[in-house]
Design a protein around this ligand. Structure first.
Ligand code: OGA
Ligand code: MN
Length: 300
């Protein structure tokens, strides 16, 4: 079967058809998917009713798959596989979560523009989100093209931000929504981490703005000045010229590059309608500041 790549947004979002991800991929197919991933940053595969094992196996081709952590809430019970993030409004009993369930805070946090796991020292390379049950209305996901957003900056702005480092913390982004339920142990496991503001990808040789709701301030700058710049860049990057909205159907799988995109969930009737998606997250190799230092050291 020949793979077909249909761009929905040039150099940003493409649909991949003519491949069944439940079957082992031929070397040529894998090569074509990788090439498309670098060119587009976001790939959409339709009608892929994968089992957890198949979802994890395909994800693992891109790198090490994170084991999901339950830092956020105190209960240990999980509804989904240990390597899956549960992106749903459904509890372990299979019913829609109670209105006051703590997990609702974290779903709300997904409505802030972000990219996954920047609050970890070694952040995420890519995520693969698979839809099982979706609402008829609402609950779309929006994506922002952070390479195009970077390219559109003035040369002056590019020079100003080139070397900046941003501190990221999930405790910060959750506080934005009024959530302060982290235990002391969880806070210790989730200290703020540094990430570059401009990410260069050696494979594509493109630069991207690396922003997320988790980014609290610019290291070495007065807090207010840093916030103003981060807010200004986020507003710039999330203009409609740089965003694409996906309406989900069961079996849709979207693979996004966390290094050069942002995304956010959009609202739906979450108290009465089921929405059930599952995500694997693939780890990068090293911290983004460390990577930049290594890249620069190898160029002198
Ligand atoms: C995620 C996420 C958005 C959504 O899975 O990482 O942010 O629309 N999801 O559910
Ligand atoms: Mn996310």
């Amino acid at each position: 079967m020949a793979i077909e790549i249909t761009p929905k947004r040039p150099s940003f979002f493409a649909e991949v058809s003519g491949v069944d991800l439940r079957q082992p991929l031929a070397a040529k197919q894998w090569q074509e998917i990788q090439t498309a991933f670098h060119e587009y940053a976001i790939l959409f595969f339709r009608a892929q009713p994968l089992t957890d094992e198949e979802h994890i196996a395909f994800s693992a081709r891109f790198g090490p798959v994170f084991t999901a952590t339950n830092y956020h809430w105190k209960t240990e019970a999980r509804r989904v596989h240990a390597k899956m993030a549960d992106i749903s409004n459904i509890g372990t009993d299979g019913a829609i979560l109670p209105a006051d369930d703590e997990r609702r805070f974290h779903s709300r946090a997904n409505e802030l523009w972000h990219t996954d796991n920047t609050f970890k020292f070694v952040p995420a390379r890519c995520s693969l989100l698979l839809a099982r049950e979706v609402p008829e209305q609402g609950g779309d996901t929006e994506f922002a093209d952070m390479r195009a957003a970077y390219d559109a900056l003035t040369e002056e702005k590019k020079i100003e931000i080139e070397d900046l480092v941003v501190e990221h913390s999930i405790v910060y982004s959750r506080t934005l929504l009024g959530f302060n339920g982290y235990t002391d142990g969880a806070k210790q496991e989730l200290p703020p981490v540094p990430q570059v503001l401009v990410r260069h990808n050696g494979q594509t040789n493109r630069k991207a703005l690396y922003l997320a709701s988790h980014g609290s301030h610019i290291v070495g700058w007065p807090k207010e000045r840093g916030r103003t710049l981060l807010d200004e860049l986020t507003t710039h990057a999330t203009q409609s010229a740089f965003t694409y909205r996906h309406k989900w159907h069961p079996g849709d799988l979207i693979l996004w590059d966390n290094r050069c995109t942002m995304h956010r969930a959009t609202p739906y009737d979450e108290f009465n309608t089921r929405r059930d998606l599952q995500r694997t997250t693939v780890s990068d190799e090293i911290n983004s500041v460390e990577r930049r230092e290594l890249e620069r050291a190898s160029h002198v």
